[in-house]
Write a protein that binds this ligand. Structure first.
Ligand SMILES: *Cc1c(COP(=O)(O)O)cnc(C)c1O
Length: 495
């Protein structure tokens, strides 16, 4: 490209300015039709202190400028529809288009939550059907669809545990959390007013049963455990863990964010779990990330059913569905209405499309992760040398000798056309590199990824600077993330 062309192409690719900087006074992208109702004085309606005569710094641009600006920006994003997204813990699987088709259907997308239940039986049937499927997959007795994220599901679950124990005479004081746990677990326990006690993992990355036994006493309300855990390893003593807790009056909470490794193969209800949440936006495929809507249903055993958030969906004798608000022992309402309906619809569409094939999806997710593990274990340090479930955790220990960290390798992956894996989590693995290919990827795609990782490992030995300064192929290179976090500029100010 000549210098001149490069300069003229800047506005298309490299130097996309802010929409505010494109503003030209008087330009319009939209015009309202003439007023056909009597004008009102807005200051009189909302109060003078809230009425604005103009909007400060509002960009004035034409329609095509808006369209091009945001279309260009959208091409800067990485997406699962663009390539492999091996972000461990997040389960960035492909979201089949049929989910979107169903969620947009008339009579689903257009329904209103205030609609009387007699006129909303179709929507309620969707919720009911999804509940039945989740109970089948988890082996639990009852489920609520209200929580709109995994974290909110955790909170509801621990509140139910507190309510049950309180009804038995003593809510107890502590929640045990393994040191490999996702940060939301201890946060949830503290928010539900429990003290958190950390349980160290053993040399295989699992809960140490003997150690656990020494700390479970009458102060312990529950153990919160992720299974498979965040190092991608199945807690094979889980049934014994449940038995131990139950024998001392405590409960077992399972963080089910990793159900992508179990769905259709093993049921938490069968191995002693009392309460669990699922992340439908992970396991049951809904677009997620960037703070988009999610759904974190909570499934419970019979003993916890009276404490479910209200209202509870019930089937009347005549087969019609209704909401039961008369739940004296309920932990109460979690949110407006009945959950993130659009996400729940997508989850049902996904589950029905797969049917019993959900088991094959799970097996493929585990196979893909182990394929990557086997093909990279001679190149990267593998702290727990054993078969993994749906994700595999390496560390940067070998590359660090040349000054290259997990973050550098992740950034360099961008140049190879892949989204980075998860860096620096779980905390029990220093320099963690957490890779979750999901079942969506073909063997060919996994091979490409393995090639890229091998190539970056080689670069780390021969030209470490190249890795440490990556990415080189993006419009913006390495950002100063500390300053971005500490001194964020969130508001554009007119110059
Ligand atoms: C994603 C995740 C959560 C939290 O779920 P959100 O829907 O993001 O609130 C909790 N635990 C684990 C193990 C997770 O991967």
């Amino acid at each position: 490209m000549t210098e001149k062309l490069k300069r003229t192409a800047r506005h298309i690719s490299l130097g996309e300015s802010l929409i505010f900087e494109r503003s030209v006074p008087g330009k319009r992208g939209f015009e309202l039709p003439p007023l056909d109702v009597p004008a009102v004085d807005s200051a009189a309606v909302v109060g003078a202190e809230f009425a604005r005569s103009r909007v400060e710094g509002f960009p004035e641009v034409s329609e095509i400028e808006v369209i091009r600006h945001f279309t260009r920006l959208s091409t800067w994003n990485y997406a699962i529809d663009y390539g492999m997204y091996p972000l461990g813990s997040c389960t960035m699987k492909y979201n089949p288009r049929v989910n979107e088709f169903v969620a947009r259907l008339d009579g689903i997308a257009s329904e209103h939550p205030y609609q009387p239940v007699e006129l909303a039986q179709g929507c309620l049937k969707i919720l009911w059907a999804l509940q039945q499927i989740l109970l089948e997959v988890t082996g639990m007795d009852a489920v609520t669809l209200h929580p709109c994220a995994g974290a909110q599901g955790e909170y509801a679950g621990i509140l139910m545990i507190r309510a049950l124990l309180t009804s038995r005479g003593n809510p107890r004081k502590k929640v045990l959390v393994p040191d490999s746990a996702h940060g939301t677990n201890p946060a949830t326990a503290v928010t539900a007013e429990y003290a958190v006690e950390n349980i160290p993992s053993d040399a295989n990355g699992r809960i140490d049963l003997a150690r656990l036994s020494s700390v479970v006493n009458e102060d312990v309300a529950a153990l919160m455990v992720t299974n498979p855990n965040t190092v991608g390893i199945f807690e094979k003593d889980i049934a014994a863990v449940a038995e131990l807790l139950h024998s001392r009056g405590a409960l077992l909470y399972m963080d089910g964010a990793n159900m992508n490794a179990l769905a259709g193969v093993a049921r938490p209800g069968d191995f002693g779990v009392d309460v669990m949440h699922m992340n439908l936006h992970k396991t049951f495929s809904t677009p997620h990330g960037g703070g988009g809507p999610g759904a974190g249903p909570v499934a419970v055993k019979k003993s916890l059913e009276p404490f479910l958030p209200s209202p509870v969906l019930v089937q009347r004798a005549d087969g019609k569905l209704n909401f039961d608000n008369n739940r004296p022992q309920s932990i109460g309402r979690l949110r407006a209405f009945y959950g993130n309906f659009g996400v729940l619809v997508r989850a049902l569409a996904y589950a029905l499309a797969y049917g019993p094939g959900m088991r094959a999806a799970t097996e493929d997710a585990v196979l893909n992760a182990n394929y990557i593990r086997k093909n990279l274990e001679d190149t990267f340090e593998l702290p727990y040398r054993q078969p993994c479930m749906h994700e595999v955790v390496f560390s940067d220990a070998r590359q660090r000798k040349n000054g290259v960290t997990t973050m550098d390798i992740a950034k360099r992956l961008i140049d190879y056309g892949f989204h980075p894996y998860t860096t620096a989590f779980p905390l029990i693995v220093p320099g963690a590199m957490m890779i979750e290919p999901t079942e969506s990827e073909s063997r060919a795609e996994c091979d490409e990824f393995i090639q890229a990782m091998r190539s970056i490992a080689e670069e780390s030995a021969t030209t470490p600077e190249r890795v440490k300064t990556a990415p080189h192929s993006t419009r913006i290179g390495r950002l100063d993330e500390t300053t971005a976090a500490r001194k964020p500029i969130l508001r554009w100010k007119p110059q």
